[in-house]
Design a protein around this ligand. Structure first.
Ligand code: FAD
Length: 397
């Protein structure tokens, strides 16, 4: 399909934001490679699983979010060769590019925990990480009156590091409201030594978990699922012991990694065990291939993978790519900003915003975001989705 000035792989949050910004700056000959006909606003899936939003409002037709005058190739990238500047596409096609933006997101490794792929979607196992299972989370929460509910967090890097625990709080709060909380044992399995990377918010979350009577297993990981028996194995990495726990409801978050074709490409960072794409942490340019930038979940950056991070990365990639197109070196820098809206109840939220140095980086400096707030919950539910569709994806915000 010929040679393209700028090729963008992936039309998710990152790919669309960059393409929109390049178009607004007047760049021409932009090609987007995206196989899906649906664009998802994934942050809503937590609220879908919590029974607070319908799935359909997280979805738009892909064609409706692609900026005008961006060529859409509805195929899957299967391989990339940065030496010949070639992308191999599904159905036997190929294209060459002058500049490349890598934004295909990450891969959910359901096979990474034995038994999980077979159990998810059945056997009282759900996951907010896939749109086909998120509505099931709410069905299971709604039906539960007693027994054991387990919420797991994978040991790999993951998108939205707070999401595995947010759904535990939404579930617990709804059980509290229905007066069944005392009859439900809730276990939250977290591989890290603390509940959250930034100590100030970790301390608040400890109190939240305590308030609901949640048993938090730190330094622990779910290492097997037996859906037929409704049992999981939890391995405690502190002392190497394993425990079998029976569940009546399991919310599982799978291990995550770069898509397989990215892992095996020369763009992958050898320092990343999951094969994420190498990128300068400030310019987001590939260290070997000057004409390649990456951002979003696929980029190997020492910050949390979120849509909020993408919002700050996209302007940097667009500006630096324009610099390179004009024969200059990249001039914009990304500081590692990311944010995690930690929903702690059905009407409360903590907005954790921080940078590479784990320093709080508040968007609203006058608001005390170290405590749970109702206005922040309203912000997530009612302000952020339209801001995403009309602001971020169009390159305005
Ligand atoms: P994506 O948006 O996933 O897009 C990747 C795109 O690439 C997709 O359109 C896909 O079809 C396409 N693609 C895949 N493979 C190929 C291929 N081979 N060729 C071409 N195209 C391909 N972030 C927040 O900021 N706040 C939150 O509260 C929040 N909550 C979350 C809750 C959940 C349950 C989940 C799952 C995520 C949450 N996130 C949140 C994270 C956020 O959704 C992601 O970080 C963000 O979508 C990353 O953007 P991306 O463009 O890198 O990847």
């Amino acid at each position: 399909t010929g040679r393209h000035r700028v090729a963008v792989i992936g039309g998710g949050s990152a790919g669309i934001s960059v393409a929109a910004r390049l178009r607004r700056a007047g760049a021409r000959d932009i090609t987007l490679i995206e196989p899906s006909d649906t664009h998802w606003y994934q942050p809503l899936w937590t609220l879908v699983g919590g029974g607070q939003a319908p799935l359909r409002i997280s979805r738009r037709p892909e064609g409706a979010v692609i900026p005008d005058d961006v060529r859409w190739i509805r195929r899957r990238a299967l391989a990339v060769d940065p030496d010949t500047r070639t992308v191999t596409l599904s159905e036997g096609a190929e294209l060459t590019y002058e500049h490349l933006v890598m934004a295909p997101g990450l891969q959910l490794d359901w096979d990474g925990v034995p038994g999980l792929a077979e159990a998810v979607g059945h056997d009282a196992v759900s996951s907010n990480y896939a749109p086909q299972y998120a509505p099931r989370t709410w069905e299971l929460i709604r039906q539960m009156r007693s027994g054991t509910a387990v919420f797991t967090h994978p040991a790999s890097p993951l998108k939205c590091g707070g999401a595995p625990q947010k759904i535990a709080y939404l579930a617990a709060d709804s059980w509290r409201k229905r007066n069944v909380l005392d009859d439900i044992r809730i276990i939250l399995v977290i591989p890290d030594p603390t509940m959250f990377k930034v100590p100030v918010w970790s301390q608040v979350l400890e109190k939240v978990a305590h308030r609901y009577g949640i048993e938090v297993r730190l330094r622990s990981e779910m290492t097997a699922v037996d859906g037929g028996r409704r049992e999981i194995t939890v391995t405690d990495h502190a002392d190497g012991t394993q425990e079998t726990i029976g569940y009546d409801f399991l919310h599982a978050v799978p291990p995550q990694s770069a898509p397989d074709w990215v892992k095996t490409s020369p763009l992958a960072d050898r320092a990343s065990p999951q094969g994420f794409v190498a990128a300068d942490r400030h310019t987001l340019q590939h260290p070997t291939y000057d004409n390649v930038f990456s951002l979003g979940d696929v980029a190997h950056l020492p910050t949390s993978k979120t849509g909020a991070a993408v919002r700050k990365q996209a302007p940097v990639v667009a500006a630096n790519l324009l610099d390179v197109l004009n024969g200059r070196s990249p001039s914009r820098r990304y500081d590692g900003y990311t944010s995690c809206p930690l929903v702690t109840a059905r009407d409360r939220m903590l907005l954790a915003e921080f940078d590479y140095d784990l320093r709080p980086a508040p968007t609203f400096p006058l608001i005390d975001t170290f405590k749970e707030r109702r206005d922040m919950w309203l912000f997530k539910r009612y302000v952020l989705p339209p801001a995403y569709w009309h602001g971020m994806l169009t390159g305005r915000l």
